[in-house]
Design a protein. Structure first.
Ligand SMILES: *Cc1c(COP(=O)(O)O)cnc(C)c1O
Length: 398
């Protein structure tokens, strides 16, 4: 591993970002987690068991597909990394399975998780059932109302869903409640955090569990095309699917990397979830990073048509990669994402998640400038079945 790949440092910092901003009661739990994770990571038996579960339970490896008709529309040569084919419909299962296996290794009988749209909740409820762990998922009342089906899926999988009625009643409030739960029950409970966010060691651990995406893609692309892709594109909520793809290519300066944030109704409207353009540094949910805040340091309400990108903080490693110019960041609006959703559906026979549609939208916008000799690998982070009702609603067809 290079120095860049080995980040964060021993204190969990990626340059000025990351770290561990938590109440004292959690410091011990995080230190224990860091120790346990390090030991598991170095243990071939753990890695072998994880690889087996990823293969037989989650459905890895996922293929890469040349999207021939979409390429014509985009003006460049587009390949898709098919994380949408994974069990429960998105990349999230990579991390849920990894952390639940670690929980079992730590001898803890109970996991908790936060969820926005319900995708991370469903993935964690599935992994918890598989490993026989008790599972409680925190979800904002507002999100639970919008995502009834996922609430029922989690319950059928044996999880308890606790609806959170505070603040904006969405993801940020669900994280607050999950952290509160963890403080009171750290002895028997592990918190399965859902993205490359939160206090150290979560950003590095979640990244490592998703790193398989890029490792597979590297080999698959080389075998199919005979060289590395020119460009990687992924949507960025907290940033886990993007980091999972990018990290294996971090030392390849010739491979351009673009993370696409949600511009919602447009940056000027203020109703968006693009943290990079404002470059405002603060602390949220235990980590120091780029966040959306007002002049008084209050967290702003965010908006995106895709619930998975609708979060006010960017993963700290992404903030560092931005400063180090290891990755570029751009954004796509709701409207552009909906257009890309329709394009991929009609041209490739694949309904993409609205989150992933932001990455596809960037390719549709920039593809002709790149030209047809440019090989672009897009991380198709999830499938769009979960978004059908939302697409119908916002396009006035529902
Ligand atoms: C949750 C989710 C995302 C956003 O999370 P990241 O941590 O940024 O990857 C993106 N795509 C899908 C399909 C999701 O479910």
């Amino acid at each position: 591993m290079s120095d860049r790949q080995a980040a964060p440092d021993a204190t969990g910092h990626f340059g000025p970002y990351g770290g561990r901003f938590v109440p004292e009661t959690l410091v011990h739990a995080l230190e224990e987690l860091e120790r346990e994770y390090r030991a598991a990571k170095a243990d071939p038996a753990f890695q072998q068991e994880l690889a087996g579960i990823l293969k037989h339970f989650a459905g890895r490896p996922t293929p890469i597909l040349e999207a021939v008709r979409f390429s014509e529309a985009a003006g460049c040569r587009v390949f898709l990394k098919r994380e949408d084919l994974l069990h429960t419909g998105a990349h999230k299962i990579n991390n849920s399975v990894g952390q639940c296996l670690l929980t079992k290794r730590m001898g803890k009988p109970r996991v908790i998780a936060e969820t926005g749209a319900g995708q991370h909740g469903v993935a964690t409820a599935s992994a918890a059932a598989k490993f026989g762990l008790e599972c409680v998922v925190y979800m904002g009342v507002e999100d639970a109302r919008r995502q009834r089906l996922n609430v029922e899926r989690m319950k059928l999988l044996g999880a308890e869903v606790r609806e959170v009625d505070s603040g904006s009643k969405t993801l940020k409030d669900a994280v607050n409640e999950a952290m509160r739960d963890w403080v009171t029950r750290v002895r028997d409970t592990h918190y399965v955090l859902g993205s490359v966010l939160g206090p150290h060691p979560f950003p590095v651990m979640v990244r490592d569990f998703h790193r398989v995406i890029g490792l597979e893609a590297r080999e698959q692309f080389q075998a199919a095309v005979g060289k590395l892709p020119d460009l990687l594109v992924a949507c960025v909520g907290g940033g886990s699917n993007a980091m999972g793809l990018f990290h294996a290519f971090i030392d390849d300066a010739g491979v351009r990397k673009v993370g696409v944030e949600a511009a919602g109704h447009g940056l000027a409207s203020g109703k968006h979830a693009a943290r990079v353009p404002e470059h405002s540094v603060g602390v949220l949910h235990g980590t120091r990073t780029l966040i959306l805040q007002d002049a008084h340091g209050m967290i702003r309400e965010t908006h995106s048509v895709s619930a998975g990108l609708d979060y006010p903080a960017l993963g700290p490693e992404h903030a560092w990669m931005l400063d180090e110019k290891l990755c570029e960041y751009s954004h796509a609006t709701d409207e552009e994402a909906l257009h890309a959703f329709e394009k991929l559906s009609r041209l490739e026979g694949i309904l993409p998640a609205l989150e992933s549609s932001h990455a596809l939208a960037w390719v549709l916008r920039e593809g002709h400038r790149l030209g047809k000799d440019t090989n672009v690998l897009v991380n198709l982070s999830g499938r769009g079945d979960k978004d059908v009702a939302e697409v119908l609603r916002v396009t006035g067809r529902g």
